[in-house]
Design a protein around this ligand. Structure first.
Ligand code: ADP
Length: 459
């Protein structure tokens, strides 16, 4: 790196663009809270605040044996989950590849493949008896296996066991699926093969994280993903979900889990600290101006922002400031720098000072913004008051459970510590100390099983 006062001035300029003083974080959180409220009252808002029809969270005493199918990550997975009723579970799973031909062909072919995979799994993994015991009213009849589907694509859910596919993402584009009920597509495929499997519940991965952490920790209020993307689901009072006012589900009152889709926060970017490095990423992304918050936070994007910073230093005029103006094919390629590399650089490598500096700027901002999302949920649910505002929290539990999943929060150095720093700034240390952040291990499988249990209890 070219040292000297001019080079330092360039670095200082970039550094200042990535700062998030408490006032900025606090204003952003206020805006976040407003978007929550708009989404709870309206359909077709970017912050979708999707009602999930999950009406409570487990406490760890639940029992049963369920199948779970997880579609939406890199691999498709089938698993059998046995809930022992003492906050523990056993899980057996098999991963299956989904080819590009299946992702982009006819939906019936894709769903037939899912059904075939479940069939293959049942053959290789004969069902385990449930701890609840045969004859228990919650048990499926011996010849029907209950399955929960974790489907991590945008869905408009209308009941625990039905939801219309709104759009495909992540490289999927199967034909004749959009607008159809994903549970019906799957169940029809089981039925075509005369399989004794019944899909009873549909969940999103964030809801899975919330339910599974709640099961293993004996309670939880928020499930959040910080992986390829970011999103959160939390427990809301039904009376606050104003767009459900005329739905029969609302008349019972009580609680319902809401999938926020917070990755879409502030798509207009009026409150997000956008830099030229963010703007460049957004312009060349497949969804310009969508998922604005996610693009500053999640694993899919942090490497690219960092790459843009490094390239600006390589390309600086009149004199290159980095690597003598030379780059590598990886540094030249869009998405050429993976977030896991940043993680590695921050953890260990010596002598890569500028790469480390850029990585920590980008990752620190991501973790501070993640804290704002968590703080918003705490404020919305009456567990905290935004610093500097009047009023007192209405809930004061000794422990506020937050279940998390994703490589960023699991592996990125200091990500959780910085998220907590943000929480302290936004809601104060007394609340932050009570926030219990824990990994939701096998969240999508265990969450789908817990949701399936809730579905058959309600039926
Ligand atoms: P998914 O969200 O698809 O279930 P992950 O939680 O593993 O999967 O997240 C994958 C994302 O995390 C990728 O964008 C990758 O760049 C990033 N990632 C993978 N390993 C690490 C790591 N050690 N540190 C930080 N980020 C990582």
């Amino acid at each position: 790196f070219a040292k000297g006062p001019e080079a330092q001035a360039v670095l200082d300029g970039i550094h200042s663009q990535f700062q998030l003083p408490t006032e900025a974080l606090s204003e952003l959180t206020g805006q976040f809270l407003q978007e929550f409220k708009v989404g709870l009252g309206n359909y077709n808002h970017p912050m979708a605040m999707i009602p999930t029809f999950v009406t409570g969270v487990p406490d760890g005493t639940e029992t049963g044996t369920f199948l779970a199918l997880d579609l939406g990550g890199t691999n498709m997975r089938v698993c059998e989950v046995v809930l022992h009723g003492d906050k523990t579970f056993t899980l057996r799973q098999q991963k299956y590849k989904v080819s590009t031909a299946l992702k982009t062909g006819e939906a019936t072919a894709l769903f037939d493949y899912l059904a075939d995979s479940v069939d293959a799994f049942l053959t290789s993994h004969p069902p385990t008896d449930s701890p609840a015991g045969r004859g228990n009213p919650l048990e499926p009849t011996p010849d029907v296996v209950h399955l929960g589907l974790t489907f991590s694509f945008p869905v408009e859910q209308t009941a625990l066991d039905s939801g219309k596919i709104l759009t495909w993402t992540k490289g999927f584009s199967a034909k004749h699926a959009i607008g159809n009920d994903v549970v019906k597509l799957l169940q029809d495929a089981f039925n075509r093969k005369h399989m004794h499997v019944k899909c009873v519940a549909l969940v999103n991965d964030t809801v899975g994280a919330l339910l599974s952490r709640s099961y293993t920790a004996g309670g939880c209020v928020l499930g959040a993903i910080f992986g390829t993307g970011t999103n959160g689901a939390y427990v809301e009072d039904l009376s606050n979900i104003r767009k459900l006012a005329n739905d029969p589900a609302a008349s019972r009152g009580g609680l319902m889990v809401v999938n926020t889709e917070w990755g879409a926060f502030n798509n207009s970017r009026s409150h997000l600290p956008s830099t030229p490095f963010d703007n460049g990423l957004d312009r060349l992304s497949i969804n310009p101006s969508f998922q604005a918050f996610e693009k500053m936070i999640s694993g899919m994007y942090l490497g690219e922002i960092t790459r843009n910073i490094l390239l600006s230093l390589v390309d600086a005029a009149p004199k290159s400031l980095l690597f003598g103006g030379k780059t590598t094919p990886a540094l030249n390629a869009q998405w050429g720098l993976d977030t896991s590399v940043m993680s590695g650089v921050e953890e260990a490598w010596e002598g890569k000072d500028i790469v480390k500096w850029a990585s920590s700027l980008v990752a620190r901002r991501a973790a501070l913004l993640s804290g704002a999302a968590v703080a918003t949920v705490l404020i919305q649910t009456g567990r905290a008051v935004l610093s500097g505002q009047e009023g007192k929290p209405t809930k004061n539990e000794p422990k506020i459970g937050v279940g998390v999943d994703g490589s960023l929060i699991e592996f990125y150095p200091r990500f959780e510590a910085t998220l907590r720093e943000s929480l302290r700034a936004l809601v104060g240390e007394e609340v932050e100390k009570r926030v219990d952040i824990g990994m939701a291990k096998d969240g999508s499988g265990v969450g789908a099983a817990l949701c399936a249990l809730q579905a058959i209890k309600a039926a």
